[in-house]
Design a protein. Structure first.
Lengths: 480, 104
């Protein structure tokens, strides 16, 4: 078995009888076991995996195969999984075993996928380095002294290290795209509303969107097809046609917004310029587009995300589920001690920022102002898509940085999201694709599409990956 | 490269911290207060950059697709039962969630 196989390769191996789903499951479990130092997983479902794999083998024998039958994947630990710990990487939910499955989990299971376990993440998805997890930092498989990015860092690192063929993640301000870039894998943030948020633990409800991380754009599309679609259990779920990404890409006009490129380091510019040349050689052409409110995005994002987080996280009270203080003098004291013990420092900072922005006297200056800027940013994109089919930008201002490098400076950490938050605020789909290396660390490019334009992004991604092999590269270990 | 900042003149002080902690039902260890004060002051400078943007007459946007949230048909359906929900509660008795005494 090849450790860094993609979903399509595993599909054909299973269908051609090269290996059984059970053999595949044992293979991945042993790889996960051998890579515990990376800290990609919070929970591994040993028994469940083998039982599910045996069932998959029966289905394969009967030729009753779904697109993902027998394919081992893992879920970011904010998707509720019935009977399995869903911690959100927080002390607060260290004991939370969900009584139901998230829609994303349910749909992937119905498509035949096997859940290896739950991947590590930043606590409550708040972070860009996977260092805020209650269960400890995740290491980047390309350089273990570096972060994998965040918040879906465990998912991205697991794929990069060959511990899962694909994973789910969630993206509020870049949490699928930036770790995909840092770990050299492919990640898709779908259009807001494309994928149900039911059973996905809420951080910022007007921004949160679940999506796939995988080795290839084609695999990301296969997972998207399994999880997308209207869900009556999510009132923000959209009715939209399924994403049809399997036909060839048309020649596209690709927008280049100066605001994203002007301050980019020379080393990253060089890598991305190469990617542009490749895209040009494939028949696409570039047009300048203007996104004038880009520089206000970080500020507006941290106000809106903080405000929504402070509201969403008010539910953790030590009464109905989650961490509860061992002893408390009063009801109020129970809330305060349970919450103060249960939340880590970054989560507290975000709650306090959001509370500040929503408090009397500041609401108009901050929350309403941020929502006005959100409209301006969205309008910038709508105008740009009159001139361009998709928009090409960097994913992050750097490659994976060293662990502890930014932990003491929240502002510099927030700045990591500068190229990813605008598409989040506008609710647009965006694809992060590996496109080269800088100082031996992976670099990603971001393709942003119009609302529900995932198919164009995935087709373009497939075409690019047919032409290049950045997505197929993996870290080399002595024992591989 | 640091993000652009601005200052509205509003200062985060110990009193602000106390108010925010009360509103959000959190408490802090004394040794963490100074760090938080510094962090929140920087964050406020970051978000104050918004004040440099002209938003006169711009309608606030709360839903990125500007659609109304869809409601399900108001029909009874089966849900999880009380026992399943309370199986994960820290303290219950006779189907009730227990909290410290509120009335003496």
């Amino acid at each position: 078995m090849i450790p860094y196989a993609n979903v399509a390769q595993l599909r054909s191996g299973l269908d051609n009888g090269e290996f059984s789903a059970e053999e595949l499951a044992y293979f991945y479990l042993s790889r996960i076991d051998a890579a515990t130092d990376l800290n990609c997983f919070i929970t591994v479902d040993q028994e469940g995996v083998i039982a599910a794999a045996k069932n998959a083998d029966k289905a394969i024998a009967k030729k009753s195969v779904g697109p993902l039958t027998g394919i081992p994947i893992a879920h970011k630990d904010l998707f509720c999984t019935e009977g399995l710990l869903t911690s959100c990487a927080s002390h607060m939910l260290n004991n939370f075993v969900a009584p139901y499955d998230a829609t994303v989990v349910d749909r992937l299971r119905k498509a035949g996928a096997i859940t290896l376990g739950k991947t590590n993440m930043d606590e409550f998805a708040m972070g860009s380095s996977n260092e805020t997890s209650f269960y400890g930092a995740v290491k980047n498989p390309w350089d273990r002294t570096c972060v994998p990015g965040g918040s879906s860092g465990g998912s991205a690192a697991a794929i990069a290290a060959g511990l899962a063929a694909a994973c789910t993640g969630s993206d509020t301000g870049g949490s699928i795209r930036q770790p995909a870039s840092f770990c050299g894998v492919t990640g898709l943030k779908p259009t807001y509303g494309r994928v149900s948020r039911y059973g996905m633990i809420a951080f910022a409800s007007s921004l949160d969107q679940g999506g796939p991380l995988a080795r290839t754009a084609s695999d990301a599309g296969t997972l998207l097809n399994a999880i997308e679609g209207y869900d009556p259990n999510d009132s923000t779920s959209a009715i939209a046609d399924a994403t049809d990404f399997r036909s060839a890409s048309q020649p596209l006009k690709i927008g280049i917004p100066a605001q994203y490129w002007n301050d980019l380091s020379a080393s990253l510019t060089k890598v991305l310029d190469e990617a542009r040349l490749t895209l040009e050689s494939l028949g696409h052409r570039f047009v300048p587009v203007d996104l004038p409110h880009t520089n206000a995005s970080t500020a507006a994002y941290y106000v809106i995300a903080g405000a929504e987080a402070s509201t969403n996280l008010s539910r953790y009270d030590g009464v109905r589920y989650g961490h509860r203080a061992a002893s408390a003098e009063s009801l109020e004291n129970l809330y305060q001690v349970s919450r103060s013990e249960g939340f880590g420092s970054e989560v507290k900072r975000r709650i306090l920022t959001g509370t500040y922005a929503l408090s009397v006297g500041y609401y108009e200056a901050y929350y309403l102002k941020a929502q006005q800027i959100r409209r301006l940013i969205r309008q910038d994109f709508l105008d740009a898509f009159l001139q361009a089919d998709v928009i090409l930008t960097p994913v992050a201002p750097s490659t994976a940085f060293k662990r502890d490098e930014l932990m003491e400076d929240p502002i510099m950490m927030y700045q990591q999201d500068i190229y990813t938050t605008p598409a989040s605020l506008a609710g647009l789909p965006a694809l992060s694709l590996p496109c080269g290396f800088s100082d031996r660390m992976p670099v990603g490019m971001q393709l942003i599409g119009p609302h529900f334009g995932e198919a164009s992004l995935l087709k373009l991604g497939r075409q690019y990956q047919d032409e290049t092999d950045w997505h197929a590269l993996h870290p080399v270990y002595d024992d591989d | 490269m640091r993000p652009p900042t601005s200052s509205s003149g509003l200062k985060v002080d110990q009193q602000t911290i106390d108010k925010l902690l009360l509103l959000s039902q959190l408490s802090l260890l004394p040794e963490d207060r100074e760090k938080l004060l510094g962090d929140l002051s920087s964050i406020v400078e970051l978000i104050d950059f918004m004040q440099t943007i002209d938003t006169e007459g711009v309608e606030p946007l709360s839903h990125p697709l500007e659609v109304t949230q869809r409601l399900r048909a108001d029909e009874p359906e089966t849900s999880l039962d009380q026992e399943q929900y309370q199986a994960i509660a820290p303290q219950i008795r006779d189907g009730l969630y227990l909290v410290p005494r509120v009335l003496e």
